[in-house]
Design a protein around this ligand. Sequence first.
Ligand SMILES: Nc1ncnc2c1ncn2[C@@H]1O[C@H](COP(=O)(O)OP(=O)(O)O)[C@@H](O)[C@H]1O
Ligand SMILES: O=C(O)[C@@H](O)C(=O)COP(=O)(O)O
Length: 415
Amino acid sequence: MLGVIADDFTGASDIASFLTENGLKTVQMNGVPTQPLNEQVDAIVISLKSRSNPVQQAVQQSLQALDWLKTQGCEQFYFKYCSTFDSTAKGNIGPVTDALLEALGETFTVISPALPVNGRTIFNGYLFVGEQLLNESGMRNHPITPMKDANLIRLMDAQAQGKTGLVAYADVSQGANQVKARLTELQQQGYRYAVVDAVDNSQLATLAEAITDLKLVTGGSGLGAYMAARLSGGQTGKNAFAPTSTRGKTVILSGSCSLMTNQQVEYYQQYAASYWLDVAQTLNNPNYVEELYQWVVKHLDDEFAPMVYATVPAEKLAQIQQQFGAEKASHAIEQAFAKLAQKLKDYGVTHFITAGGETSSIVVQQLGFQGFHIGKQIAPGVPWLKAIEQPIFLALKSGNFGCKDFFRFAQGMAV
Ligand SMILES: Nc1ncnc2c1ncn2[C@@H]1O[C@H](COP(=O)(O)OP(=O)(O)O)[C@@H](O)[C@H]1O
Ligand SMILES: O=C(O)[C@@H](O)C(=O)COP(=O)(O)O
């Protein structure tokens, strides 16, 4: 059984979806469970909100997740982080990887954030988003983890204990045996991690073949998909939960400021009622969440679901962060979304579409379900989820995922 530790909730549903699509019966848990899982699955994904936590907390939560996964019988482990790495010099990917390696008694792993289907590729150790280097993409303006460097080796060197080497495209293109040989060579030379180039899916398939014996693998959902395909023997699809035809009361909560989410929000405003969540109000108006709630309730029977959004373009974000402080602003917004989601669930909203990793994480933590079964993909890496304990459905959209019409398209699907 494969055990996955994901550093945020959108990332968790992203990889859970690719595992499901590639033939593994998968369940996504909300945090580290306190009880054993009482169903038979091929993969368990634990969602943490550890990407932007203090390092010690992230390490501790990840180790707890590892312990629980071991008790459930998992034998191979995957640390899932963002396909845009989302981790600056002070980030948690290095320290968490080090702690997991140590806890497993291992000394080596791979670093593979590549997700070619969504334009994330690696060449000569540099991460690209579409045609741009990571640090030239919209990720340079990320509200919490602004990515100023695209070189994965430097990024790892800045935050991890060991040295990072490269398995370059020229080696990967020669196949799994050459990748294995190169990984062994790097290990012998004292490297602890290897960034592996992947410019398209075939290199991820090669890498998956080369790392079957690796106890800990780290990366995005792209490599996970190919590991799943190997583990399931190439089965596809049949494990997603069966859709029903009803669409219940739906709300969209968007806290991502990515370029894609900005486009999605702007596009959706042509079709549905929307309300901008104002940071100043979240800080100064104790009645604000109630006002947002009343507004949403008024629009729940509209043709398209109402949307509350904090999403702003980069210049406006910089202005807000300067005025209120980045941390204070994002904390206030996240808390407002969490409280609003809770009130809406209590009211009877059954379908939540959330945009943004931190935003989705806080909303799901607040709603407090034990975990989720995985449904059909709305877009690559964004499935519908169904809470284990009741028919409540969520779509957790990673900041940069989905096309312009994502919000309308998601509502048009039978879940
Ligand atoms: N208008 C805004 N002003 C300041 N911070 C914001 C604003 N809108 C969103 N944020 C914060 O930015 C962060 C966005 O992160 P996240 O939800 O992970 O989105 P993404 O998936 O695009 O990274 C959240 O903490 C959110 O609260
Ligand atoms: O790997 C990815 O790109 C996503 O699964 C992910 O982690 C995205 O994070 P957010 O953009 O913060 O949602």
